[in-house]
Design a protein around this ligand. Structure first.
Ligand SMILES: [Zn+2]
Length: 376
């Protein structure tokens, strides 16, 4: 049955490319509210012939979030997409939508405009074959995932809290693998306030902020723990004015990734109890681990097994990975619900000018998604 669904979707390739082009050509950078709202209006319009309940969550600064609901059953299945991309408006002119052989290129095609095409076909299948009356299917499209979901995360958590499973249509990992665990992460900003002085005449009156910062960075790096998947990266530093001035200010921005909530706690505590080595300098620490880790639970394993069974019916050998990157799946997982992420298409180079997806993975992954939902 899944193979015949896939076959039929392959025959509808022209329509799927047309849809993907339409959605891709509405640029929707995370900070471009107007673009994102235009995209969601287009989605609502394109999906208007399906029996969907549409709810718009209005936002002032960022784009609106949109929730589509199919069915009235008590048991909720949530599917997650995001509307935003990492490409500012105008990117299309240097990175146009195009189909070359088996590949499709364009800003956000792979992360994750294809997902709207998958859902279009999924709803077509539900229209034809129905959804069990026990279920309701919620498709949530958030607007600010690429920037850490400052406004979308609460809606994701609320929907996840009502759900039996959460399926995330983020692009797959290498070779189509699903993502069953994701690291959590956060950002810390460490500022050092010292005291400036002339480097030649009275250096003893100064307190060198850069020196203190350098010392602190080396200490902080020691908190990383490879065996537990905890990594730390100081990605940006600033400070000082001129080479012959003792600097009174320096700062660093530090990225942190963790696999376990206990590690998140340990690092947050460590950052917030940093002490200056030079008592004449003062430290200020801000930040947190705002994206909790998505932990692979026993329930996740069962759900993955189910996906694997469906995949084998399509002749696919599905594997799973842990990734250091975050998604809305992290926020969903906090509620304890099993989350399968990376159910989207196969492709590569997300967030870069070479971003692409393999054309034939749209029918394949849509059939897999349908099979999985049907088997719950
Ligand atoms: Zn994404």
């Amino acid at each position: 049955m899944l193979n015949s669904i896939k076959q039929r979707l392959i025959e509808q390739e022209v329509l799927s490319i047309e849809l993907l082009q339409k959605f891709t050509e509405i640029e929707s950078f995370s900070y471009d509210k107007e673009g994102i709202d235009r995209l969601s209006a287009e989605l609502i319009q394109t999906f208007s012939h399906f029996p969907l309940l549409v709810d718009i969550f209005k936002e002032e600064t960022y784009g609106n979030h949109v929730r589509f609901t199919w069915g009235k059953g008590n048991r909720q299945i949530t599917v997650l997409s995001h509307l935003d991309t990492v490409y500012p408006r105008g990117t299309l002119s240097s990175m146009p939508f195009k189909v070359e052989g088996e590949r499709i290129f364009g800003p956000g095609v792979y992360d994750m405009k294809f997902s709207y095409v998958m859902m279009y076909y999924l709803f077509s299948l539900l229209e034809e074959r129905g959804l069990s009356e026990k279920f309701r299917l919620v498709w949530l499209c958030t607007s600010d995932e690429e920037i850490g979901s400052p406004t979308g995360r609460h809606i994701v958590m609320e929907e996840a809290g009502k759900s039996e499973v959460v399926l995330v249509l983020e692009p797959s990992a290498e070779g189509g693998a699903l993502k069953t665990a994701r690291k959590g992460g956060g950002k810390f900003c460490l500022e050092v306030f010292g005291c400036s002085a002339h480097a030649g005449i009275n250096p003893q009156d100064g307190a060198n902020a850069i020196e203190e910062l350098a010392y602190q960075i080396v200490q902080i790096n020691r908190w990383a723990d490879e065996s537990l998947g905890t990594t730390i990266n100081t990605g940006e530093i600033k400070g000082g004015t001129l080479f012959n001035v003792v600097p009174d200010y320096a700062m660093a921005e530090i990225d942190v990734r963790v696999l376990y909530p206990s590690e998140a706690k340990r690092l947050e505590q460590a950052f917030h109890s940093l002490q200056a080595r030079n008592p004449r300098t003062r430290l200020k620490v801000e930040g947190s681990i705002y994206r909790p880790p998505m932990v692979r639970t026993e329930q996740t394993r069962k759900l993955f097994d189910l996906a694997q069974q469906q995949a084998s019916r399509l002749g696919i050998r599905l594997s799973e990975v842990t990734t250091g990157g975050g998604s809305d799946g992290n926020f969903a997982a906090v509620t304890g619900v099993p989350v399968l992420d990376g159910l989207g298409v196969v492709g590569g180079y997300a967030h870069s000018p070479k971003e692409f997806l393999w054309k034939d993975s749209i029918p394949e992954r849509t059939a897999l998604l349908y099979g999985l939902i049907n088997s719950l």
